[in-house]
Design a protein around this ligand. Structure first.
Ligand SMILES: Cc1ncc(COP(=O)(O)O)c(CN[C@@H](CS)C(=O)O)c1O
Length: 386
C-alpha cells in the first residue's frame, strides 16, 4: 500500500539533499571538530558554512549567537531554566508571562519553576486563538523577567502577533523568547524584523535530521548553559557537536527558506483543498482563520467523530495524521489548545490534525479526501451522539 504522510508538524522527511550533505560526516570526515589534528580541522569549514546558513535563515546579525543543541525541548528548557538562574533566582524579578498554548517543553519547565518561587502567568488566547500584544502588556509588571510566546502553534498552525508582542516587550524592557519550531520553513522568521531575545527551533520540523536544534540569543544577552562540561559552542553548550546533524540542519534551513514561496502557494492550495473537502461535511469546525495559520496545517473538529477513531481509519488506509501533538498522542485528555480557545468538551475530543509538507502531492490529497469522506460517514453512522 502506498502510504501518505500528513503529520509533518510531528516530524518531517529528511530532504534527500540534506541526507546527501550529511553522508560524508559519517564515513570520511568523522573527526571531532575540537581535535587539533587534520581529522578535526577538516570538518570546521563545513560547520562554519552550516552556521552561516542558520544565521541567514533567521536573518540574525553576525554578533548574535546561535547555540546548536539536540532539539527545541532542550532549547526551551535552556531559556526558561537559564533565566531562573541568571535573573529570577537572585533578583526581585520573579515573574514569567507565557500562554496556555505553549508546547509542554515550555509549560512544564514553567511549572517546575513555580515550585521554586517563580510566579507564572499563562495567558489565555482570545476566541480567534490568538494572544494579543495588549494582553501581554496588561500582564507585565516591574517584576516580569521573561515573556515566552510561540510563533506558531503546533496543533492549529495559528500564528501569534509576534511583531506587536516584541514591540511591547522591547518598550517595557522585558526579555522575549519565542518557540519558532512550527514557523521556520512555513512563514518568514526574521529576528531583524521581530526583535526577540531568544528563539528556538528543531531541524526535524523543516526536513532536517532529528536530534539537532538551535537556540538563538540576541547580541549581549547572557544565559547560563543548561549542559556544563567542555568548551564547545563557546561554553554555551557542552558536548561534542553533532557535525553531520549541524551540516544537515544548515542545509535544511537554506532549503526551507528557499521553498517558502512554494510552501505558501502550492502547499497552501493543497491544504485549502483538503480543508474545503472537510468543510463540505456538516458540523465540522476548523480551528483558526486560514490567513492566521501556517500554510500547511488544518486542525478540524468533526462533531460525532472521535479523533482517535478517525486517525485509526486513516491509518488503516495508509494515511498518517494525528489528533494533536505527538507528545500528547497517548493522552486521552481533551486538547489543551481546543480547551483554551473555548471548544466544548465533545469538540475538544474530536480534533484531527492534518499537516502537509512540500513533499505532499495533489494525488495524495485527493486520496485522503476520498478516505476522509468515507470514514466520516461510517463513524457518524456508528455514533450514539450524532
Ligand atoms: C511548538 C513546538 N515546540 C517544541 C517542540 C518540541 O520539539 P522537539 O524537537 O521534539 O524537542 C514541538 C514538537 N511538537 C511535535 C511533537 S510533540 C508535535 O507533534 O506537535 C513543537 O511543535
Amino acid at each position: 500500500m502506498e502510504r501518505i504522510y500528513l503529520d509533518n508538524n510531528a516530524t518531517t522527511l529528511v530532504d534527500p539533499a540534506v541526507r546527501e550533505a550529511m553522508e560524508p560526516f559519517y564515513c570520511h570526515m568523522y573527526g571531532n571538530p575540537n581535535s587539533l589534528h587534520s581529522f578535526g580541522i577538516e570538518v570546521r569549514p563545513y560547520l562554519n558554512r552550516a552556521m552561516e546558513q542558520l544565521y541567514a535563515g533567521i536573518e540574525a546579525d553576525d554578533e548574535d549567537n546561535i547555540i546548536v543543541n539536540s532539539c527545541a525541548t532542550e532549547g526551551n528548557n535552556t531559556v526558561i531554566l537559564g533565566m531562573y538562574f541568571s535573573l529570577l533566582k537572585e533578583t526581585r524579578k520573579k515573574r514569567i508571562v507565557t500562554t496556555q498554548l505553549e508546547h509542554p517543553s515550555i509549560r512544564e519547565a514553567c511549572r517546575f519553576l513555580e515550585n521554586h518561587g517563580v510566579k507564572v502567568t499563562y495567558l489565555a488566547p482570545d476566541s480567534r486563538g490568538l494572544v494579543t500584544a495588549e494582553s501581554v502588556a496588561e500582564a507585565l509588571s516591574d517584576q516580569t523577567a521573561l515573556v515566552s510566546v510561540m510563533w506558531a502553534n503546533n496543533e492549529t498552525g495559528l500564528l501569534q502577533p509576534m511583531k506587536e508582542i516584541a514591540a511591547v516587550c522591547r518598550e517595557r524592557g522585558v526579555y522575549l523568547h519565542t518557540d519558532a519550531v512550527q514557523a521556520i520553513g512555513k512563514v518568514p522568521v526574521s529576528v531583524r524584523e521581530v526583535p526577540v531575545d531568544f528563539l528556538t527551533f528543531s531541524a526535524h520540523k523543516f526536513h532536517g535530521p532529528k536530534g539537532v536544534g538551535g537556540l538563538y540569543l540576541r547580541k549581549g544577552v547572557v544565559l547560563p548553559p543548561l549542559l556544563h562540561g567542555g568548551e564547545q559552542m563557546g561554553g554555551h553548550r557542552a558536548g561534542t557537536v553533532d557535525v553531520a546533524g549541524l551540516v544537515g540542519m544548515g542545509q535544511a534551513m537554506e532549503l526551507a527558506v528557499t521553498a517558502l514561496d512554494y510552501e505558501n502557494l502550492v502547499v497552501r492550495r493543497l491544504r485549502d483543498k483538503l480543508e474545503d473537502a472537510l468543510l463540505r461535511h456538516a458540523d465540522v469546525l476548523v480551528i483558526g482563520e486560514r490567513d492566521l495559520r501556517t500554510p500547511n496545517t488544518v486542525y478540524a473538529s468533526i462533531r460525532g467523530v472521535e479523533g482517535e477513531a478517525l486517525i485509526w481509519d486513516l491509518n488503516q488506509a495508509g494515511i498518517a495524521a494525528s489528533t494533536g501533538s505527538a507528545c500528547a498522542s497517548e493522552s486521552l485528555e481533551a486538547s489543551p489548545i481546543l480547551t483554551a480557545i473555548g471548544a466544548d468538551r465533545e469538540l475538544a475530543h474530536t480534533g484531527v490534525r492534518l499537516s502537509l509538507s512540500r513533499f505532499t502531492t495533489e494525488q495524495e490529497i485527493d486520496t485522503t479526501i476520498a478516505v476522509l469522506d468515507r470514514a466520516i460517514v461510517r463513524l457518524r453512522q456508528l455514533s450514539t451522539s450524532y
